[in-house]
Write a protein that binds this ligand. Structure first.
Ligand code: F6R
Length: 369
């Protein structure tokens, strides 16, 4: 049933091109218009929404953090992202014009379920982004947008994460379409790129051997740091979470701009630091800033592992290890940038003799608060 792979996680990483394609299937027509018929929340409600709140846990929370960039950029509706386990304990401000998006692979995560129940009690509309048909979270929501990743067996979430991103992009585009906020060339470029994203993920998967070799060479390390900016920040958080849960290593993700406010004190000789570099195009300021961050940490002895777009030459002099990803529109970069981090964590776990599919102390679906 593992289809020739040693672990379900490896199989599920390899299934990602198909999973993202399946999640897009039938939802964008030939002219680039979104047809999300399942979103059974009336357009009037979507038009009147004045706030979006995303609630989720763990990897799904990281998908939510990325979704915020897309939602705010394409819809101009303010969006908050909150850990589901914290949400209802702080008396959040909710009402009929609040749209809550609950993201969950399993659809059974108790923290997320309690957050959405609280939101509905306060009169908010809840839309679930979920991978499991008929599970509790979509049943208790006003509407659901299913991800079509297929069953995810490994405890560590991989293909579900990529499809959560795709679903959130579709939702953000749909909201933009309904509200008439964004429907220009930029959105069309994104829609075109989404149609090819499965192939791009496939290309990344084909070039992962050096990442595996690097992971094996780091099996004796205690700590790995991850840095990113913009949508690369949640990608860094996700890379660190994968490493914690699979390799049982100390791993932390930071916003690269925060380095100088504290974390740079952690940098020491030979410390592996993974840096997710934003696209050099269009956001050159951010790009230049992260290149100086890489320079700074390397000057302090860090071993820099740089994830950068093809054609980005500025990073080359400062990268001890360079991982190339295809160029994509900025907001979509997480779909390709996360993949090497999944492979890295999986290989490190194997090299350290850990049980990849069933990390210690963890359960696939967390049905207690
Ligand atoms: C990490 C992981 C967990 C889940 C989290 C939410 O790899 O699997 O962090 O993402 O427990 O689970 P769902 O999405 O089922 O609500």
């Amino acid at each position: 049933e593992k289809g020739g792979y040693d672990h379900f996680m490896l199989k599920e990483i390899a299934e990602q091109p198909k999973a993202v394609a399946d999640t897009l299937l039938g939802r964008i027509d030939a002219s680039g218009r979104l047809t999300l018929d399942e979103v059974r929340i009336p357009d009037t409600v979507l038009r009147e929404a004045d706030k979006i709140v995303v609630v989720a846990c763990g990897t799904a929370f990281h998908a939510g953090l990325i979704a915020k960039y897309a939602i705010e950029h394409w819809t101009r509706i303010p969006c908050e992202v909150e850990l589901a386990s914290e949400f209802r304990y702080r008396d959040p401000i909710l009402g009929p014009r609040t749209l809550v998006i609950a993201i969950s692979q399993s659809g059974e995560t108790m923290d997320t379920l309690m957050a959405l129940r609280h939101a509905r009690e306060q009169g908010a509309k809840v839309l679930a982004v979920c991978n499991t048909n008929g599970s509790t979270i979509p049943r208790e929501s006003d509407a659901v947008l299913y991800t079509h990743a297929g069953p995810e067996v490994a405890v560590a979430s991989t293909k579900a994460f990529l499809t959560q991103l795709v679903a959130c992009y579709l939702l953000a585009l749909h909201l933009g379409q309904v509200r008439g906020t964004q429907w220009g060339d930029e959105v069309l470029a994104v829609v075109r790129e989404l149609a090819r994203i499965g192939e791009e993920v496939e290309r990344v998967l084909e070039t992962m051997e050096p990442v595996r070799a690097l992971a094996r060479s780091l099996a004796h390390k205690d700590t790995v740091l991850f840095l990113g900016r913009h949508v690369g920040h949640p990608v860094a958080l996700e890379g660190a979470l994968k490493l914690k849960e699979l390799a049982y290593m100390h791993a932390e993700g930071f916003a690269a701009g925060e380095l100088k406010h504290g974390p740079i004190a952690l940098i020491e000789e030979d410390l592996p630091v993974v840096v997710v570099v934003p696209s050099p195009e269009g956001r050159s300021v951010l790009h230049d800033k992260i290149v100086s961050n890489i320079q700074e940490i390397r000057a302090r002895g860090a071993r820099t592992i740089v994830i950068a777009e093809e054609g980005d030459e500025a990073v080359v002099p400062y990268a001890d290890h360079l991982v190339r990803i295809p160029a994509t529109p900025t907001l979509l970069q997480p779909l390709v940038a996360t993949v090497p981090l999944q492979v890295f964590a999986c290989e490190l776990a194997t090299a350290r003799g850990n049980e990849v599919d069933q990390p210690r102390n963890l359960a696939k679906s967390v049905t207690v608060e």
